[in-house]
Design a protein around this ligand. Structure first.
Ligand SMILES: Nc1ncnc2c1ncn2[C@@H]1O[C@H](COP(=O)(O)OP(=O)(O)OP(=O)(O)O)[C@@H](O)[C@H]1O
Length: 357
């Protein structure tokens, strides 16, 4: 399987800059996901790797070989898109064999490979069906089998499960995860769904406006988002104005609505600097009691929504800023209703600090 290097890739549509100097490496056998909101340049980057879009500058390398000017058909890439583009007049087996036929693989050899790959995606019993006679999930597995049958150097997938319902999507994610690891398939996946990216990937590139804001393992991106954009995209919805009052080594003492916390951060801040404090809603503890041991901020419950195991609280802090808290549903929580005065707190370790933009 190929290793892929993108070097200083710039992609434009006329004057519009869609991909802004992207550098990234997909190691052989690795599963990398481009994650970001609609329009951030994920698909354009992927199309550049596939050879469907020519970069304005920069270089694409497969196993160290420059393929920037190589036609898409010659890159040995397997592709799966949301719109499956299965051939409706061909059976499952014929669809899967299509790429092999194009490569002029002898019929006997092709039949063997098709059989094997259909066994892998557990569709061998449906080899003679037509796409219209199959469920959405089965059709998606045919599309995967067709892309993998040619033994591609790299498998490229652009939101392949976007049209599937949640249960089926999760099942397909598990299958894709197992398949790509079992076959050690170098894979580049595109999604705007952070959970999907976390589930599938060895490494995630979070993109914003054509730029890769962070490139790291799912755990690094989840625990230590490097920018406010990445934090926001990873579901950290609380951003509160805070001020650095003192700095000692890696420890910054900060004040947020009258509460003081000592926060360890890699980024250097200066005493007196205005910063943004970020904390996950699941890490905010809310109570009616005054006797909290940690420093806390005061507010009033504005809204409660029930989510089964948990409830989501919108708490209006004194200054009119909203704080979101997600709490397990236990007896104490029933006492907190819209209008209740509450104290909200969180551990210093759960705080992320970003420069105030
Ligand atoms: N053929 C095109 N001509 C002009 N602009 C384009 C073209 N294709 C994409 N763009 C623009 O380039 C930017 C990046 O598009 P791209 O499809 O790469 O984003 P994306 O992150 O994949 O979004 P989505 O998740 O919605 O598919 C967008 O602003 C889009 O409008």
């Amino acid at each position: 399987m190929a290793r892929v290097d993108l070097k200083n890739i710039v992609g434009r549509y006329g004057d519009f800059l869609a991909v802004d100097n992207v550098n990234l490496t997909i190691e052989s056998g690795q599963f990398v996901t481009l994650l970001g909101p609609s329009g951030c340049g994920k698909s354009s980057t992927l199309r550049i790797v596939a050879g469907l879009l020519k970069p304005s500058s920069g270089q694409v390398e497969f196993d160290g070989r420059d393929v920037t000017n190589l036609a898409a058909a010659k890159r040995n890439i397997g592709m799966v898109f949301q719109s499956l583009a299965l051939f409706p007049h061909m059976t499952v087996a014929e669809n899967v064999a299509f790429g092999l036929k194009m490569k002029r693989v002898p019929a006997e050899e092709s039949a063997k490979q098709v059989k094997r790959i259909l066994e892998i995606v557990r569709l061998d019993h449906l080899a003679h069906r037509y796409p219209a006679q199959m469920s959405g999930g089965q059709q998606q597995r045919v599309a995967l089998a067709r892309a993998m049958a040619i033994k591609p150097g790299i498998l490229i997938l652009d939101e392949p499960f976007g049209a599937l319902d949640r249960k089926l999507r999760e099942a397909m994610q598990m299958e894709l995860h197992a398949l790509t690891r079992e076959l050690r398939m170098t894979s580049l996946f595109v999604t705007h769904d952070q959970e999907e990216a976390m589930t599938l990937s060895d490494v995630v590139a979070v993109m914003n406006r054509g730029i890769v804001e962070q490139f790291g393992t799912p755990d690094q991106i989840y625990r230590a988002p490097r920018t406010k954009f990445v934090a926001d995209f990873m579901g950290i919805t609380n951003f509160l104005p805070a001020k650095v009052v003192d700095v000692r080594g890696a420890l910054s003492r900060i004040e947020v609505f009258g509460a003081f916390f000592s926060v360890e951060s890699k980024q250097k801040f200066n005493a007196g600097e205005n910063v943004t404090l970020a904390v996950r809603p699941e890490k905010v503890a809310v109570s009616i009691d005054e006797t909290s041991e940690s420093p806390s901020v005061k507010g009033n419950v504005k809204q409660v929504t029930y989510h089964g195991n948990t409830s989501r609280y919108v708490i209006e802090l004194q200054s009119g800023v909203d704080l979101i808290a997600i709490e397990p549903n236990d007896e104490q929580m029933g006492a907190m209703q819209p209008g209740s005065a509450v104290n909200a707190t969180w551990k210093s370790e759960q705080i992320l600090l970003f420069p105030r933009s």
